[in-house]
Design a protein around this ligand. Structure first.
Ligand SMILES: Nc1ncnc2c1ncn2[C@@H]1O[C@H](COP(=O)(O)OP(=O)(O)O)[C@@H](O)[C@H]1O
Ligand SMILES: Cc1cn([C@H]2C[C@H](O)[C@@H](COP(=O)(O)OP(=O)(O)O)O2)c(=O)[nH]c1=O
Length: 207
């Protein structure tokens, strides 16, 4: 059977990922496309436990390489148990964050060596890459203000503004380097306009 499409929604904190994920899944349902909706870190019971360990605020300083390896441990499990089987069955996969978040948060935010991330990406994913990354782009100040209205800050959300500025820059750098695989969506606009653009990007993915 033909392989399904692998779509990822990305962006910094409070860019409107949850709101727009709903829009994407509605679009898939309207077209009767069989899909799996999932997220990272997470997506399997083990990977969700790793997510909880990664996001929980703690006294102990977390070593950036330890953080990176936990992210990829969760990803390996998620790929093996959920993403690859779904794509092979011809289902589409819509994932809330994936490896671009690692380049953005661990590479940009934590300033880890990109070559190390590339090595792990190659080892864990082989040649598998998303068909399209929908990148919601917003200045971090506005994003953090939006996010503040949606519950207590986790370990990442507690970082400083400069961290999120590096996250944003790293996302944009990735998108600029491979424009055919990314759709950069200006998330500062009213939701209706954001979703108009999302809609036209999704339509382009249809055969
Ligand atoms: N384009 C937009 N303009 C203004 N507010 C928005 C927009 N998109 C989302 N929001 C609001 O911002 C807040 C965070 O959105 P949410 O979808 O939860 O973001 P995320 O999942 O990225 O943290 C919510 O209150 C949401 O209603
Ligand atoms: C997938 C991934 C996420 N993260 C971070 C980014 C987010 O701050 C966090 C996941 O949170 P997120 O999925 O945005 O959930 P919520 O908005 O509901 O809190 O994990 C990484 O640091 N590296 C990664 O590779």
């Amino acid at each position: 059977m033909r392989r399904g499409k692998f779509i990822v929604l990305e962006g910094g904190e409070g860019v409107g990922k949850s709101t727009n994920l709903q829009f994407v899944t509605n679009w898939l349902q309207e077209r009767s496309i069989s899909f799996v909706q999932t997220r990272e870190p997470g997506g399997t019971p083990l990977a969700e436990e790793l997510r909880e360990l990664l996001l929980r605020r703690r006294e102990e300083v977390v070593d950036p390489v330890a953080e990176l390896l936990m992210v990829f441990a969760a990803r390996a499990q998620h790929l093996a148990r959920v993403i690859v089987p779904a794509l092979e069955q011809g289902q589409w996969v819509i994932c809330d964050r994936f490896t671009d978040a690692t380049y953005a948060y661990q590479g940009g935010g934590r300033q880890l060596d990109r070559a190390l991330i590339e090595q792990l990406e190659q080892r864990v994913q082989g040649s598998l890459r998303p068909d399209k990354v929908l990148l919601l782009d917003l200045d971090p100040q506005t994003g953090l203000e939006r996010a503040a209205s949606t519950g207590a800050a986790d370990r990442f959300e507690s970082e400083r503004l400069a961290f999120f500025q590096r996250v944003r820059a790293a996302y944009k750098e990735r998108a600029d380097a491979a424009p055919e695989r990314y759709a950069v969506i200006d998330a500062s606009r009213p939701l209706e306009q954001v979703q108009q653009q999302l809609h036209s990007e999704l339509e382009k993915l249809l055969p």
